[in-house]
Design a protein around this ligand. Structure first.
Ligand code: FA5
Length: 350
């Protein structure tokens, strides 16, 4: 049986475009071929549309043949694109001058992208760690997934204690939990180091709570713990003042109030005059002019015992800095939720 008059056109188009795709040696050339072949005004697109002129008896066969042609061209282009991209990467790798330590803009030439930078939380954390490092503190890192014992019980917060209500969290099926505060590292440190010792440990903490301008369900804290034969509230407060003036780079007004935490005695709340509104009141400080930033106190004897130390021999002080709020004060960020919101427009300002 004679083949239809249009089948030669379709076969010719197949050979022409598959050859054109195969001859592309660069991605831009391949993109041009793709437009000429499959674009709105492309040659194969025109063939597909020509079905309107085909006699009714041939329409089905014509439609199938042009669909197969279009699919063959699409597959060939996709395959060639993968090959050319791989070849480009290989060429970069083979280039003797390739230096994987250079930032992307320098390496990729005309495919340059802006380089990333440290997150404001990371910058503030590193600065606080540097201040404490200079005062002889070790910088430690503890897990975000914790045992109930380390997060609560070792800190003098048994299951029935009302303080558990203040820090509800996310529980895992295996009974572990996402730590509600960096204080969960205290008993780990007490078990690891021979006193006297001093350490800071920072990271993400999690709370099952409603969010607002100063409250996130996931935020950052930095814990400090010092253990020695004799410690004093004076030393603790002076260390806190040194920290704040080093990070905020100005004199800031602070206020000290009694604060209740089952794992310190006595306990304090160290608030900072809101740096966003200058004390006049705003949504970040809940119109009070003050922001809770740095609770602290002398380590409770029960905690020292849970850490294997004799409270008659050893004393300690501890603080739990709200690192996210410190970053807000440092950079003038009015809403804590921006910090982990992942919005590049926000992050690129730092
Ligand atoms: C604690 O988490 C205690 N573990 C701190 C502590 C450590 C006290 C050692 C004594 C000794 P608190 O829940 O207040 O305390 O949180 C500490 C700080 O974290 C707060 O002052 C605040 O700056 C910050 N913070 C608390 N909740 C949030 C939240 N939802 N979002 C952002 N920051 C928060």
């Amino acid at each position: 049986m004679d083949s239809a008059p249009w089948s030669a056109d379709i076969e010719a188009a197949r050979q022409q475009w598959l050859a054109a795709v195969a001859s592309c040696a660069q991605l831009p050339a391949l993109r041009s071929v793709q437009v000429e072949c499959l674009g709105k005004n492309g040659a194969v697109t025109a063939l597909v549309r020509r079905i309107a002129e085909v006699p009714p008896a041939d329409k089905r066969a014509y439609g199938q043949a042009t669909a197969a042609l279009k699919a063959a061209c699409e597959t060939a282009i996709a395959t060639r694109q993968t090959e050319l991209e791989a070849a480009e990467v290989q060429a970069e790798l083979d280039d003797a001058t390739f230096d994987c330590t250079l930032p992307p803009a320098a390496v990729l030439g005309n495919r340059a992208r802006p380089t990333g930078h440290a997150h404001p939380l990371c910058t503030v954390q590193q600065e606080v760690e540097a201040v404490f490092s200079s005062m002889g503190f070790a910088v430690l890192d503890y897990p975000e997934v914790e045992s109930e014992f380390n997060n609560f019980e070792a800190l003098n917060i048994p299951g029935w204690h009302p303080a558990r209500e203040m820090q509800d969290t996310f529980w895992l099926d295996n009974g572990l939990l996402l730590r509600t505060h960096t204080s969960s590292g205290q008993v780990r440190a007490l078990h690891t180091f021979q006193p006297p010792f001093r350490a800071v440990f920072a990271g993400k903490v999690f709370r099952y709570e409603a969010t607002d301008a100063s409250h996130e369900h996931t935020f950052h804290q930095l814990e400090g713990l010092l253990v020695d034969r004799v410690v004093s509230v004076g030393h603790l407060l002076d260390s806190m003042r040194t920290l704040l003036s080093a990070i905020l780079r100005r004199q800031v007004e602070v206020r000290l109030r009694p604060g209740y935490f089952p794992f310190v005695e006595p306990g304090f709340e160290l608030d900072i005059a809101c740096q966003l509104c200058g004390g006049a009141g705003c949504s970040a400080c809940k119109q009070s002019g003050w922001l809770e930033l740095l609770p602290c106190g002398l380590v409770h004897p029960q905690v020292l015992r849970a850490g294997g130390l004799d409270p008659a021999q050893w004393q300690g002080w501890a603080f739990g800095l709200g690192l996210s709020r410190l970053a807000m004060m440092r950079y003038g960020i009015g809403d804590v939720r921006l910090l982990l919101g992942g919005d590049v427009r926000f992050l690129s300002q730092f």
